[in-house]
Design a protein around this ligand. Structure first.
Ligand code: SF4
Ligand code: SF4
Ligand code: SF4
Length: 313
């Protein structure tokens, strides 16, 4: 027989205040569960459960819950919630409390950041494979490890320099609709973006610059435009009110409607993402439960060498 849960209103209020999330407004509709891409792919992350636990004041249990580390920070749960509960902000807050109270050690936290950075690389490689027409039935362990440890070459992430810049009509429309001309390349968007861990993998400021310079062919065929998780942090933080999230979403649409990517690309990408999220969650589990992380392969990448220093300490 299960034991009764005692409602801790004081803890709930603290969680609500800390997260700036209206936990009590949740009416358990489950929309967040249905929208969460990690939950869709794996069935392992239910934002509603986390909100309910917070509403009951179960902070002790929450800070030890591996699920809070599964979150892809896309904020779709917050965007879909009819009551503006913001489960994503609650998850961020629980992570901060767990770190603050040493429920997760600083070393594990570093390992987690490194895993997150490499996960974005793996996503880039998966998109590149999908763009090349590859269809994933299953993602082999060897392939996953290889993607995690293979840097994205810088030249693919740098901005090419044509002899003359010309803004094609469709890019002009995107630029005008989302105030791109007001961008003064301050880089706030890239600092706020949870996916922008390595410039060669994903950097919103560079993408916006490429739109401004009219580099349409490069943009529509590059894997990076498919890495955006749609969280809107770039749009929210921009002092010039450039709507970065909508720009990237418009680029994705244009890639499809212009035929730059084939009509089945999105299906292949969804399948690949299912595989990737399942792999990512397994890595988190072994990291949180056993303190073990992915093997760091020998690498010439400077950032990898820095990370290795952290691991060996
Ligand atoms: S979508 Fe909002 S109201 Fe519905 S279960 Fe999730 S947090 Fe609660
Ligand atoms: S932020 Fe995204 S990944 Fe995280 S719980 Fe919400 S919907 Fe799921
Ligand atoms: S919406 Fe903006 S901040 Fe969020 S992932 Fe996309 S580019 Fe990054």
């Amino acid at each position: 027989m299960g034991h009764a849960i005692r409602l801790r209103t004081d803890v709930r209020d603290r969680l609500e205040g800390g997260a700036k999330a209206d936990i009590r407004l949740c009416w358990t509709c489950g929309s967040c569960d249905s929208e969460c891409p990690v939950n869709i792919a794996t069935g392992m992350l239910r934002p509603q459960k986390i909100v309910r636990m917070a509403a009951l004041g179960m902070q002790e249990e929450l800070v030890c819950l591996p699920e809070v580390w599964y979150c892809a920070r896309c904020r779709r749960c917050a965007q879909i919630c009819p009551n503006a509960v913001k489960p994503s902000d609650l998850i961020e807050h629980v992570r901060a409390v767990a770190a603050d109270r040493r429920k997760i050690s600083p070393v594990t936290l570093n390992l987690f950041s490194e895993l997150w950075r490499r996960f974005q690389r793996a996503r880039w490689h998966a998109v590149a494979a999908c763009l090349a027409g590859e269809d994933f039935g299953d993602l082999a362990e060897e392939q996953w490890r290889k993607w995690l440890s293979t840097s994205v070459p810088e030249h693919l992430g740098s901005i090419p320099r044509p002899s003359a810049y010309h803004l094609p009509d469709d890019l002009q429309l995107i630029s005008d609709a989302h105030r791109l001309a007001a961008c003064f390349t301050c880089g706030e968007c890239s600092s706020a973006c949870p996916v922008a861990c390595e410039r060669s993998v994903f950097d919103p400021r560079s993408l916006f610059r490429m739109v401004y310079l009219g580099l349409e062919k490069e943009l529509l065929t590059m894997p990076s435009i498919w890495l955006c998780v749609g969280c809107q942090r770039c749009s929210d933080c921009c002092s010039q009110q450039v709507d970065g999230q909508r720009i990237i979403s418009a680029l994705q649409e244009l890639a499809i409607t212009s035929g730059a990517v084939d009509p089945y690309f999105r299906q292949r990408l969804e399948k690949a993402h299912r595989n990737l999220y399942n792999r990512f969650i397994s890595e988190i589990d072994s990291l949180i439960n056993d303190g073990k992380c992915l093997t760091i392969e020998a690498s010439t990448d400077t950032r990898d060498r820095e990370a290795q220093k952290v691991f060996s300490e």
